[in-house]
Design a protein around this ligand. Sequence first.
Ligand code: FPP
Length: 246
Amino acid sequence: MSYKDQIDLQKLPRHIAVIMDGNGRWAKGKGKLRVFGHHNGVLSVRDVVEAAGELGVQYLTLYTFSAENWNRPKLEVTAIMELLISTLNKEIAKLMNNNVRLNAIGDLDKLPGKCHKELLGAIEKTSANTGLVLTLALSYGSRNEIVHAAQRLAAKVQSGELQPHNIDEQLFEDNLYTGGMPNPELLIRTSGEYRISNYLLWQIAYAELYFTQKLWPDFRREDLFEAILDYQKRERRFGKTSEQVN
Ligand code: FPP
């Protein structure tokens, strides 16, 4: 039986977050430039988005460009931004056909003007779609997101709109970039690295972590199904005992 057939559709994670890592090493292993890895990484993005949508996963959040990634060689940064624009242009029709709603989180003002504009245009175009919510984390850093939420709340306190004692976990969460989204139940990281790298630190408090040796350009739909199956075999207890959850 294929991995897909073994998945219990009643117990799907609602939200899957992915750290797409290993594009550079994949390309290097083939004697090619890093950018070649990113281009092939897009093929994995397409495959995984399709597969998640088919299954009925509601939210997929991809770590596409971290706040720290701005420090990469200028040529690589430019290439990734151009790849983002060309991918949005190429894939928009498919996103519409598949009822995917595009979303983005991060310090989006830092994106080059054209990239920012294309992104907002694509988000707007897909805004009425009701299927998978595909969120791209761009210029994203979780600590920055948390500080940003604190600033928003502090401004409301300063204006008298909010009392400090009314700040609770839910309100804090609502003020993150991901406000309104459920927290991820499953976090996948490719390329054999066992780090979180400043990704969704608040949101993954109870997520199951899944690490695979596969490099991102080699990670395809079957690998997503395998990760979901692994997740379904685990017992999620949220601090309770085994007897309480069964
Ligand atoms: C990690 O591999 C990948 C990135 C920082 C970029 C991710 C971008 C894409 C998959 C393409 C653009 C995506 C969209 C949705 C248009 P790495 O470069 O860190 O690899 P390494 O660890 O082997 O160096």
